[in-house]
Design a binder for this molecule. Structure first.
Ligand code: UDP
Ligand code: MG
Length: 321
């Protein structure tokens, strides 16, 4: 049964990581073998175009715990993680980057934390971002601030996608029907008991970043739109503002006309432009409100999740006796 149901699944999304792979195998295998738990390493090859796929296949020949899932095309880091969540079979699941920026040695600490404090989520939190550039640190800080407000929960600052979750969390995430999920937001949003383990994030062991600017924008847009319809509602507020401004304008234009010193045609032009503009923005805002409602119901997120239910638990006991 052990092979089907390991204690730990280590999910690793990989996109064009041929340079890092030899170091990855060399460091990961002895470490995981030495953890004293049964495990699987589930590598999700996110449509790599280099030698990643063939190197993985070759390595799997004499590493039975290595499982491979290959996506047909490059679908992005978060989509690759989704695939890993669906395929993983372990009782606990760790997600870790392929480039060894998250030191694999910390996996032992994550496991220890979940055992001692009986939580469902252990976030790996960077205690020091000095390995990142100034630009990356600043944008990251802005991102986490904004996300805390949108999600309405404490998003652990500087927690990336290096974390351990229990089977309960994996099942809850897989039950969310929405697309484009951003794990670092959805997991805190679910609200399972959690703790943190601090670690120092290393430099990329080899190769270059696979997160280009457009992928970072994608992540930022997905993050905002997954938790907030505020951008859609912007038109309503602009429309209201436009309405107030055009009312003031109309009064002003009439005063100028009555004083008799307006250019012929000016009053009617100003009136037409400002009133129509305000009406259009208001209508757009109204549409936005409906689209926002549709969008929220299409996400089909659960209204609540049950952590403990005394009725159910008594039921279990009654059955066992
Ligand atoms: N990755 C992926 N698909 C992508 C981009 C990245 O699976 O489209 C993987 C990548 O191979 C790595 C992880 O996501 O394991 C994080 O990417 P990277 O280290 O390049 O990002 P950075 O650390 O520079 O933010
Ligand atoms: Mg990296």
């Amino acid at each position: 049964m052990r092979e089907i149901d390991p204690d730990l699944s280590v999910v690793v999304p990989m996109y064009d990581e041929e340079e890092v792979l030899p170091i990855f195998f060399e460091r990961m295998r002895p470490l995981l073998d030495g953890l004293g738990v049964s495990y699987e390493v589930l590598v999700v090859d996110d449509g790599s175009r280099d030698a990643t796929a063939s190197m993985l296949l070759a390595a799997a020949v004499d590493w039975p715990e290595l499982r491979l899932v290959r996506l047909l095309r490059n679908s992005g880091h978060q989509a690759a993680l989704s695939a890993g969540f669906r395929r993983a079979r372990g009782n606990h699941l760790v997600t870790i980057d392929a480039d060894l920026q998250d030191p694999p040695e910390v996996i032992a600490e994550l496991l220890a934390a979940v055992r001692t404090s009986e939580v469902d989520v252990v976030y790996g939190v960077r205690s020091d971002r000095s390995s990142d550039s100034w630009g990356k640190r600043t944008t990251a800080r802005m991102y986490y601030r904004l996300m805390c407000r949108l999600v309405g929960k404490d998003i652990p600052f500087d927690a990336g996608d290096f974390r351990l979750v229990s089977r309960r969390v994996v099942d809850a995430v897989n039950a969310l029907p929405e697309d484009g999920r951003v794990f670092r937001l959805v997991i805190p949003w679910l609200g399972f008991p959690s703790t943190e383990v601090k670690y120092v994030r290393a430099e990329r062991a080899a190769g270059t970043t696979k997160y280009n600017l457009s992928k970072m924008f994608r992540l930022a847009f997905d993050s905002v739109t997954a938790f907030s319809a505020a951008p859609l509602r912007l038109a309503t507020w602009l429309g209201l503002l436009g309405g107030v401004l055009s009312a003031l304008f109309v009064v002003g234009a009439l005063v100028v006309k009555l004083a008799g010193n307006s250019v012929p045609g000016w009053t009617s032009t100003v009136l037409a432009v400002s009133v129509i503009g305000a009406i259009q923005l208001l209508c757009l805002g109204l549409l936005g409100e409906y689209v926002a409602r549709l969008f929220q119901s299409s996400q089909k997120r659960p209204q609540f999740l049950v952590g403990y239910d005394s009725l159910e638990d008594q039921g279990h006991k009654a059955l066992e006796e």
